[in-house]
Design a protein around this ligand. Structure first.
Ligand code: 0RA
Length: 646
């Protein structure tokens, strides 16, 4: 190729690259999911995933993530550094190709071991396209190289800027406010929980997160370092830290079957809930898939075989189902798949058929050995399974009662429900209100056309600590099921939800704005999280936000939701206003409750979302488990978990 041709070639390719980058800016959601909070944080994961890839290939063990003062992000790794030599096909520095070519993905050498990668695995070039500014610095072969970009366009060719003994890649990017129009502020906790997860999933790597936007009392930046020597085993201990273990230690295994690396860790605890978490290439597969089926199959067959041989089942009068083997089980399954096929509504369900048998075999082999070597634990597990099977039979009866009542319903709605007149579920809302008196106020204050009220008595059952049949026997919980029109349970899956007859598309939890109120809200949320997760995931669950203060002076009257608002109003009214603190919903009259909390034109409803399933699970077990101090502290600090969007 002549110099002239090369130049033209460069031009043409460059235009193509630009087109790709333009497309990312035109349709960002296609690449990063959305342009809200999630998408914003996704940018960080995308860059970090490249560093994790370097680590998985054995070239990197330290990754630093810094939230800078201006909400830009710097990531730093000690990998090989993105190559800077001229890329043969593209005719420009490989660094420039990685940064400006969509789909280059970074790794053009075939033998590279790339299995990590964000939800969409789109590459750093996407991050570049969606940043108002990005600077890439590469330390490689004794030299430092640099290139900067604005909204994905190079500002100058890759240039050497100095010498170095260090090796690695540093990327600083500032998300473009033209793209991220709602939020450009990073949430420390969101990044921390993902980076912690990555450290557990990829043992040996040290990941540090530093927030330079604020300092603590000592004048130091908030910073945490995540590192795990034992990987999933430690992850399980972290997740189950608030539950009481049933067996000595976490059971774990690691191996490779048919070229698929499989890692599993599990423990049984004294609770009644099943907590399975699965990952493919470090991505949380919320919807499960073939790897999770493989785990279930391996677990059931191996335990069943052991239990049969032990003679412990001889006197049992009924069958044991798959569910029974998983009561009180917390497990993580993590696989690395070269070409994962993701299916399902949120594309988080693994479809690759070959993975089922790989995981199933790995689990069987691991468990067989474990059960042989730990007979005491093995017996404890089998006893727990028998107990679960027994309870399931009791639960089935209780559940059938709920179902019968729901089916017969016609007029069989709970007596306490004040229903609305509208019939179209999409337009209907139901308020779950703490206490009969607040329920009464809400009933007077509501718009009865589309708002229904279901008062709940005091504290509702803590489902985290109750067996399934107790949950279904509980009157308040039965009222919730019947009022919502939701049925539960099929022969195969005792917790499968049927939402087709859902009677309200907005389910609003309305509690006092104090510690007790948030405890009750958390109890209700725990119930939804454990028994009606689909309802949360479909975006039907909301939390009402009653005001904390009424600020009055003369004829002027305004509500305040925070201390800051209260003080601002006081000032606005010229000072020395009378301030009433609402201790509970009961102190408001019907009109006030409508004006502030129920009227769609003025209220703020916070939609409950599940951002990180593993983290949410841990938090709920902590909030609702036996240990009181961490719970109090948490509730006081956060009111309720579950990333809440305005
Ligand atoms: C392309 C090829 C190679 C490494 C990388 C990209 C790479 C990308 C990123 C992004 C953040 N940190 C990174 N570290 C490396 C292979 C390099 C080689 O073969 O020498």
């Amino acid at each position: 190729m002549s110099e002239e041709q090369k130049k033209n070639n460069y031009g043409a390719d460059n235009i193509q690259a630009l087109e790709g980058m333009e497309h990312v800016r035109m349709r960002p959601s296609m690449y990063i999911g959305d342009v809200g909070v999630r998408g914003l944080h996704h940018l960080v994961y995308e860059v970090v995933d490249n560093s994790i890839d370097e680590a998985l290939a054995g070239h990197c063990d330290t990754i630093d993530v810094i939230i800078n003062e201006d909400n830009s992000i710097t990531t730093k790794d000690d990998g090989r550094g993105i190559p800077v030599d001229i890329h043969k096909k593209e005719g420009v520095s490989a660094l420039e190709v990685v940064m400006t070519k969509i789909g280059a993905g970074g790794k053009f050498d075939k033998d590279s071991y790339k299995v990590s990668g964000g939800l969409h695995g789109v590459g750093v070039s996407c991050v570049n396209a969606l940043s108002e500014h990005l600077k890439a610095t590469v330390h490689r072969d004794g030299k430092i190289w640099e290139q900067e970009y604005e909204r994905g366009k190079t500002l100058y060719p890759v240039k050497p800027v100095g010498e170095t003994d260090y090796r690695g890649t540093i990327v600083t990017f500032k998300p473009d406010p033209q793209i991220f129009t709602q939020v450009t502020e990073y949430n420390y906790d969101t990044l921390a929980s993902r980076l912690r997860e990555l450290a557990y999933l990829n043992k040996g790597i040290t990941i540090t997160l530093t927030d330079k936007r604020e300092t603590d009392e000592k004048g130091e930046y908030i910073s945490e370092t995540f590192h795990s020597e034992e990987g999933l085993k430690e992850f399980i201990r972290f997740l189950d830290g608030n539950r009481e273990p049933l067996i000595g230690d976490v059971i774990s295994m690691e191996g490779e079957k048919n070229d698929i690396p499989v890692e599993v860790a599990m423990i049984y605890n004294t609770s009644y809930s099943e907590n399975l978490h699965s990952y493919v290439n470090n991505i949380n597969t919320h919807e499960g898939g073939t790897h999770l089926s493989g785990f279930r199959r391996g677990l059931t067959t191996t335990l069943k075989k052991y239990a049969d041989a032990s003679g412990m089942l001889d006197k049992l009068k009924f069958d044991i189902s798959g569910d029974d083997f998983r009561e009180g089980l917390t497990a993580i399954v993590s696989v690395k798949v070269q070409e994962p096929q993701f299916e399902g509504q949120t594309k988080t369900k693994l479809g690759n058929r070959e993975v089922t048998s790989a995981v199933s075999q790995a689990v069987s082999e691991m468990l067989e050995i474990y059960l042989e070597e730990n007979p005491t634990d093995a017996k404890t597990i089998v006893q727990k399974v028998i107990l679960a099977a027994t309870a399931r039979h009791a639960a089935r009866k209780a559940r059938e009662m709920v179902q019968r009542k729901t089916v017969m319903s016609g007029g069989g709605l709970p007596g306490k429900l004040s229903d609305c007149s509208e019939q179209d579920p999409e337009k209907c809302e139901v308020f779950l209100v703490e206490g009969d008196s607040a329920g009464g106020t809400a009933k007077q204050g509501r718009d009865r056309n589309f708002q229904a009220i279901l008062p709940l008595r005091g504290k509702i059952l803590n489902v985290e600590k109750a067996m399934q049949h107790k949950v279904f026997e509980n009157e308040e919980i039965r009222n919730i099921f019947t009022a919502l029109g939701v049925t539960i349970g099929t022969e195969e899956d005792s917790k499968a939800l049927n939402l087709s007859k859902l009677r309200y598309h907005k389910i609003v939890i309305m509690c006092d704005a104090d510690v007790d109120g948030s405890h009750i809200a958390t109890l209700i949320l725990t119930f939804f999280f454990r028994y009606m997760k689909d309802l949360i995931e479909a975006g039907h669950v909301y939390i009402a936000t009653p005001p904390l203060y009424l600020v009055k002076k003369g004829q002027k009257k305004e509500y305040a939701w925070t201390d800051k608002e209260r003080d601002a109003l006081n000032e606005q009214f010229g000072g020395s206003a009378s301030i009433q603190r609402y201790k509970g919903l009961g102190e408001m009259n019907a009109e006030q409750l409508w004006d502030t909390t129920m009227n769609p034109d003025f209220r703020t409803l916070r939609q409950v979302t599940i951002d990180n399933g593993t983290e949410a699970d841990r938090i709920f077990s902590m909030l609702m488990g036996d240990e009181v101090p961490p719970r109090r502290e948490f509730i006081e600090k956060n009111a309720v978990y579950a990333n809440i969007d305005a």
